[in-house]
Ligand binder design. Structure first.
Ligand SMILES: [Cu+2]
Length: 529
């Protein structure tokens, strides 16, 4: 039996159970996300064993889908620096396809001979396996060791769905054989989808941001238009199962069901992952070279008011209650089934629930819209009202500055909560209500938490320098964790509400956790980094 090997002996220092250490890591993170994958109509996948990295230093023997040719002939979507698809990755490659096209997936079984057959299920699609491809299994056609099975189906409807092994699923899904297929709507181009806040505005000058969206709408309906998107796949691992599978992986075997004698019960998972990585690794870049078999991160960033599409998928055996702090999530669809009102049909009106916690069960996929505006804080998060500021904020019937009340889609304060317009926090340093400030805040030296303070609670046009200017009124940025020229937004923990899942090997913080950052318009969000 090969022992689980240590990755880096110093890495336990990441896991001191100190909340502020986690926040420091979080605020020093510069990685951003997106929903990266491979695009096309034919995908040549392979199932392989390899090791995935965990932040406590362990390398866990796992099985994953990958690109059969190692990513040399794939088209990546979105195209971004570092695009890669190795021959084994967890999660498997995100398949990005277009509604209405015929999809062919060739799966080669390169798992250890002792693992027996393997397969892929594509729930939500009508799969027709060509005659002669693979051998019949319990749920679908399977590939025997060293052979290839072909699945064909029509990407009949848009949305996000899980795919995963349909062979000995209690073992093979646990080992890592799962991924996501995203069907982009064929009708998105004919919808009028405004792109709100498409650019950053450092110091008042517009800097275009690269658009990494897979589409402009999640479904063939204008109310599913979005400005930015992120994918989150939740799974957990019990390393006892993985080490037993590894120990027996060299067994000689000629049996379709394999020759592994690995009990999948009792189940005691202690790694809890988002897109195959545990916090803080999930906040490193997509395609980061230190995770060759875990290419996708989980690190959402946004500007105020942007409509952010969240694609949320449960891939493990447990239910995972994902809590998005800062606002609720309006669910568009479950498993690609758009949820529409039965009574308000012209135009079709969304009827999905507004969820505080987006809880996935195994295999369940949800698409939802999240946005953050600062409504109700009682200060102008955009810092309007300084000398020379000419901005306006005309409320629509909901109180926001939108198209309905005359705002251009490109307006720097599109979707501002107008009731707080011009209540700039910096007019009165400590913000005391009695001296004209918008709210009574703690004394800044109390508010500042040593070296870990994240910067300004202020999202205005000069947010990244405000702490050092002549009008410096917010607590200092320029700390170890937050350089004055760097990111200084609002941070919200996004995490599993089953709080044992925000640990890594029983140490807090870790697991299913990341920080969502609401960045000032002065900060350029580059989702490739
Ligand atoms: Cu929470």
């Amino acid at each position: 039996m090969r022992p689980i090997n240590m990755k880096r002996h110093i890495s336990m220092t990441w896991l001191r159970p100190v909340v502020m250490a986690a926040i420091a890591l979080i605020l020093s993170a510069t990685a951003h996300a997106a929903a990266p994958g491979i695009k096309g109509t034919t995908f040549n996948l392979i199932a392989n064993p390899n090791y995935i990295s965990q932040p406590d230093g362990q390398m866990i023997y796992s099985w994953g889908y990958g690109c059969a040719d190692g990513g040399t002939s794939e088209t990546f979507a979105p195209a971004m620096p570092g695009n890669a698809c190795s021959t084994m990755q967890i999660p498997g490659p995100t398949l990005v396809v277009t509604e209405g096209t015929t999809i062919t997936v060739n799966l080669t079984n390169n798992l250890p001979v002792a693992a027996g057959n393997t397969s892929i299920l594509f729930p939500g699609f009508q799969v027709s396996s060509p005659t002669g491809s693979g051998v019949p299994g319990l749920l679908t056609q399977e590939a025997t060791h060293g052979s290839t099975v072909t699945y064909t189906f029509t990407a009949s409807t848009p949305g996000t769905r899980a795919y995963y092994s349909g062979t000995q699923s209690d073992l093979q899904v646990e080992m890592g054989l799962y991924g996501v297929i995203i069907v982009v709507p064929s009708g998105a181009a004919s919808l009028t989808c405004p792109h709100h806040n498409p650019d950053s505005v450092p110091g008042g000058s517009v800097v275009p941001e690269t658009d990494y969206r897979l589409s402009t709408a999640a479904y063939d309906i204008a109310s599913s238009c979005y400005d930015r998107e992120y994918l989150f796949q939740f799974s957990e691992m019990d390393p006892r199962i993985h080490s037993q599978a590894e120990a027996q992986s060299t067994k000689a075997c000629v049996v379709a069901t394999g020759c592994l004698d690995v009990a999948t019960e009792p189940y005691h998972p202690n790694y809890f992952m988002i897109n195959g990585r545990s916090m803080p690794d999930d906040m490193d870049s997509n395609y980061s070279p230190q995770y060759p078999h875990q290419p996708y991160n989980g690190d959402p960033h946004m500007h105020p008011g942007e409509l952010v599409l969240l694609r949320i998928v449960g891939q493990g055996r447990w239910q995972h209650p994902f809590h998005e702090h800062g606002n609720h999530v309006r669910i568009l669809a479950r498993d690609g089934n758009l949820i529409l009102s039965s009574t308000s049909t012209t135009p079709p009106s969304l009827a999905g629930p507004l969820l505080f916690t987006t809880t996935t069960t195994p295999g369940l996929a949800m698409d939802g819209i999240f946005y953050w505006t600062g409504k109700g804080l009682n200060w102008d998060v955009l810092g309007h009202g300084f000398s020379g500021d000419t901005s306006t904020c005309t409320p629509d019937t909901n109180g926001y500055y939108t198209n309905a009340s005359g705002a251009a889609d490109s307006a720097p304060n599109y979707y501002e909560w107008c009731a707080d317009h011009n209540k700039a926090l910096e007019f009165a340093p400590s913000g005391q209500v009695a001296s004209g400030g918008p709210m009574t805040l703690p004394e800044p030296n109390i508010f500042t938490n040593g070296a870990w303070y994240g910067g300004s609670p202020y999202l205005g046009p000069d947010a990244t320098t405000r702490a050092f200017g002549p009008n410096a009124t917010t607590p200092p940025s320029g700390t170890i964790a937050n350089s004055p020229s760097g990111e200084a937004g609002f941070a919200f923990m996004w995490h599993s509400h089953n709080e044992r899942e925000i640990t890594t090997n029983n140490i807090f913080p870790g697991g299913m956790m990341m920080m969502m950052l609401v960045d000032p318009r002065a900060f350029t969000i580059d989702e490739s980094k």
